[in-house]
Design a protein around this ligand. Structure first.
Ligand code: ZN
Length: 209
């Protein structure tokens, strides 16, 4: 395939080449890639992502250099690689119902930031989350390990959108409290951000600090 064929110019002015993975992408640039990718997704613009055998081989031989770590829900409608229009090797994704952060999720995020040098961690909550609804409804049962943690984060919050925000911020706070990530934030400009995915339309709200 020629260079011209692999460069698919999108309406937003980005090409497939803009999304190639590279090491030590600064947090601000990583965040802008995610914003741009979501615009392409929402507007259903043509955008080629590199899922080629050559890319598979390159990532195997040279290793992965994901530009962002995304922690999000296991909900089948919330797929970060699609939502941000990324190809292989670009996102380090941690998925668990309710996008909660416990010891396992934290350890995964530390791996991405310490060993893969990812400089942006995004906690991506979403609207109409079943785990949050169960927590708001006071359901426990087999999912108590998740809903209990969410209910604790929500406190008196009852508005569903606000609950998505508060739950994502609680996960981000849990990440920032770890000594490993706190050190990377202080010394290597690691940024931990929150966002909420609108399940009905595909738009991502990037939340302020
Ligand atoms: Zn969910």
């Amino acid at each position: 395939m020629s260079d011209d064929e692999t460069k698919v110019l999108t309406g937003a002015g980005y090409t497939a080449d803009d999304y190639d993975g590279d090491a030590h992408v600064p947090a601000a640039a990583a965040l802008e890639r995610l914003r741009a990718g979501n615009r392409i997704y929402v507007e259903a613009l043509d955008h080629e992502r590199d899922l080629s055998p050559e890319r598979i081989a390159d990532l195997f031989e040279n290793g992965q250099r994901p530009f962002a770590c995304v922690i999000t829900c296991a909900d089948s409608r919330v797929v970060p690689e699609h939502i941000f229009m990324t190809g292989l090797g670009e996102l380090f994704v941690i998925r668990v119902a309710g996008n909660i952060v416990g010891p396992i999720e934290l350890a995964s995020a530390i791996y991405a930031c310490e060993h893969l040098h990812t400089r942006l961690v995004l906690v991506l909550g979403h609207t109409h989350c079943g785990a949050i609804k169960a927590a708001l409804d006071g359901e426990a049962g087999p999912v108590a390990a998740i809903t209990g943690r969410i209910a604790e984060a929500l406190g008196e919050v009852r508005d569903p959108y606000e609950a998505s925000v508060v739950n994502a911020r609680a996960a981000a706070a849990a990440l920032a409290e770890s000594p490993e990530l706190a050190r990377l934030m202080a010394e290597h400009d690691l940024d931990i951000r929150c966002a909420v995915y609108h399940t009905h339309c595909g738009v991502v709200d990037f939340l302020g600090e």
